[in-house]
Design a protein around this ligand. Structure first.
Ligand SMILES: [Mg+2]
Ligand SMILES: [Zn+2]
Length: 178
């Protein structure tokens, strides 16, 4: 499962990058945990043009993601990898001011994750809150859903706890006494 970040997992406050501005969307952490428990990977794919625009540094993104990961861990959830694009063609920071293949609606971040992880594109889905998210998913050949607010957990199937763990993870029956 691929999640857009701002506006899907956390409130989009416009170039959100301060840890104190991290506010989860309803059911967001539970949605990530449901993906974890279903045996699928959970990824973040986020445009972070604020770096190219000189509003914050790349280190702020990493710190923000570290904090997300810490707070996800509080409920036993995790993101398997955070992918971000720091670029923008109209940036003011030279190193990041470029057209790139990772800024959504381009599919670069999704394709990179698909190549790095053993993921079946046919079984993959992206949840985003903008048309550019949906376009990136389409360009990468995966399904997409437009999230319009509300409980994110309800976007995730199957419901948590319904998936049977594989046999090797089920508790062994104690040997019967004769
Ligand atoms: Mg968004
Ligand atoms: Zn990029």
């Amino acid at each position: 499962m691929f999640f857009d970040r701002d506006g899907v997992l956390n409130e989009d406050r416009g170039y959100t990058h301060r840890i104190e501005d991290l506010r989860w969307m309803p059911g967001a952490r539970e949605a990530v945990r449901a993906v974890n428990h279903s045996g699928r990977f959970a990824f973040v794919v986020t445009n972070q043009a604020g770096v190219a625009r000189g509003l914050y540094r790349e280190a702020a993104i990493l710190a923000f993601h570290d904090e997300m990961q810490r707070r996800l861990a509080d409920i036993g959830a995790r993101i398997d990898e955070y992918a971000y694009c720091p670029h923008h063609p109209d940036g003011i920071v030279a190193a990041f001011s470029q057209h790139c293949s990772c800024r959504k609606p381009e599919p670069g971040m999704i394709l990179a994750l698909l190549s790095r992880w053993p993921v079946d594109p046919q079984a993959s889905m992206l949840i985003g809150d903008r048309d550019s998210d949906i376009a990136a998913a389409k360009a990468a050949g995966i399904a997409a859903r437009l999230y319009r607010g509300g409980d994110l957990r309800s976007y995730i199937d199957p419901p948590e706890g319904t998936a049977q763990p594989p046999a090797c993870l089920r508790p062994l029956q104690p040997p019967r006494r004769r």
